[in-house]
Design a protein around this ligand. Structure first.
Ligand SMILES: Cc1cc2nc3c(=O)[nH]c(=O)nc-3n(C[C@H](O)[C@H](O)[C@H](O)COP(=O)(O)OP(=O)(O)OC[C@H]3O[C@@H](n4cnc5c(N)ncnc54)[C@H](O)[C@@H]3O)c2cc1C
Length: 134
């Protein structure tokens, strides 16, 4: 879209500062809690057992394969282990000499009072050059 079209959708955007703009009308918003619950429900329907409040302390390795996890409630062995510990994922793999290409980055958040510049149907605006979004 043109810079003027972009600033019509995001009135605070300075069109003179826009070199390239794209609009993704099919992108959506989703409630993260409900999404996680939907995944959990589907997993249970497929026979998964979900155990909450269990801390993984260590990974068990045999040769070059991870064969299990050591938790604060015992060891669990499996044919396949998924490290989904988010920003903490490296803490589990680094002791094995495996570094994952992710790193936590500190962010700043501003929450404003209602402002007509940001109407309810304001699209999410991502500014890659500034590593910022609104
Ligand atoms: C303030 C904030 C706002 C955000 N807003 C958005 C947004 O609007 N839209 C968007 O798309 N993304 C947003 N994100 C990013 C999004 O939350 C993350 O990208 C996403 O949650 C990552 O999912 P994940 O499952 O990889 O990790 P996480 O959601 O971080 O889950 C990792 C889980 O592993 C657990 N864990 C870690 N170590 C262990 C261990 N040793 N044993 C057991 N459990 C462990 C943690 O407790 C956690 O529950 C936001 C992030 C933050 C912090």
């Amino acid at each position: 879209m043109t810079a003027d079209e972009a600033s019509q959708r995001a009135p605070w955007l300075n069109p003179e500062a826009v070199a390239t703009a794209a609009f993704m009308p099919e992108d959506g918003f989703i409630d993260p809690y409900r999404l996680a619950m939907a995944y959990a429900h589907s997993a249970r329907m497929q026979g998964a057992i979900i155990r909450q409040g269990v801390a993984v302390r260590d990974l068990r390795r045999q040769g070059d394969r991870i064969t299990g996890v050591v938790t604060d409630q015992g060891v669990v062995y499996a044919g396949c282990i998924v490290d989904a510990a988010g920003a903490w994922a490296n803490r589990l793999t680094l002791p094995l000499g495996v570094g994952l290409p992710i790193t936590p980055v500190r962010s700043q958040y501003w929450i404003t009072a209602p402002d007509p510049l940001f109407p309810r149907d304001h699209p999410m605006v991502i500014l890659p050059d500034a590593s910022a979004y609104s």
